[in-house]
Write a protein that binds this ligand. Structure first.
Ligand code: ZN
Length: 264
């Protein structure tokens, strides 16, 4: 079992991360969606309405977060991305298109990484982290990240502490499905299979998990999507989650800040 001494005597750490998926996630799911303005508008909601409301909520609590952004979404919504940077939050890489790297050739994977970096840096971001659009990596990904100056990956589901990836200089900041909003709130109207959960129900899942990680002194990684969590009822839930984190002694930090605490 790992342990980490968090700064200023905090008993555990928490990163509030957002995957800024916007239109690209729908196109990645099905290229035919590029011709469906209704489908795409679900993603646009995140950039147009979700992000400004999220920034207001984060400002209210005085906390900073990490936004993983697709390059093509950043090109579509540069003002939303600039607002994230201007508010002092961390920008990180989430692909150029929202394509699972395991479906790309090694050359295409390299191009995606470099192009996404150029776009995000062009909007003022200092990029050190990578979360793939599928939480999946190829045999080349870690070498590509190292070669392009990244310091951390946030893709694996194998711990509640960040840790150094063996044989690399990179830190892994593990994620989990339980603290991701997508399995609870993602509704796709092409299958009608997914249920829209109540915020109360999701709070009942999230708060005990947060308390469990706190007991172990670990790192809470919340993964939310502006198009999902950015609905008013769910923002009220996120408000309660942040209040709970602060009241229970979490060190709320960006992903890059958490990665820097891993003993090397
Ligand atoms: Zn995504």
């Amino acid at each position: 079992m790992r342990t980490i001494s968090w700064p200023d005597g905090h008993k555990y750490a928490a990163t509030i991360s957002f995957d800024f998926d916007a239109e690209e996630v729908w196109i990645g799911e099905n290229p035919a969606n590029a011709q469906k303005p209704g489908v795409l508008s679900q993603g646009a909601y995140g950039a147009r309405v979700g992000v400004p409301l999220i920034l207001k909520l984060l400002q209210k609590h005085g906390v900073t977060a990490t936004f993983f952004v697709c390059g093509r979404d950043a090109e579509r919504h540069p003002d939303a991305v600039r607002a994230i940077v201007a508010a002092g939050h961390e920008l990180a890489h989430h692909g150029y298109t929202h394509t699972n790297p395991t479906e790309l050739s090694p050359e295409a994977e390299r191009e995606e990484l470099v192009r996404g970096l150029e776009v995000l840096r062009g909007l003022g971001g200092e990029i050190s982290g990578y979360r793939s659009p599928s939480w999946e990596l190829t045999a080349h990904t870690l070498d590509l990240l190292t070669a392009n100056g990244f310091t951390y990956s946030s893709n694996r589901l194998d711990d509640i502490f960040p840790y150094e990836l063996p044989g690399t200089e990179l830190v892994e900041l593990p994620v989990s499905w339980i603290l991701d909003d997508a399995p609870h709130f993602w509704f796709a109207n092409d299958t009608w299979e997914k249920t829209i959960r109540s915020p109360r129900e999701v709070l009942d899942v999230w708060l005990p998990e947060i308390d469990g990680i706190a007991q172990l002194g670990g790192h809470v990684m919340i993964t939310a999507h502006p198009m999902l969590i950015g609905r008013p009822s769910r923002l009220a839930m996120l408000d309660q989650v942040i209040t709970h984190l602060l009241e229970t002694g979490a060190w709320i930090c960006t992903a890059a800040e958490a990665a820097a605490e891993v003993p090397r």
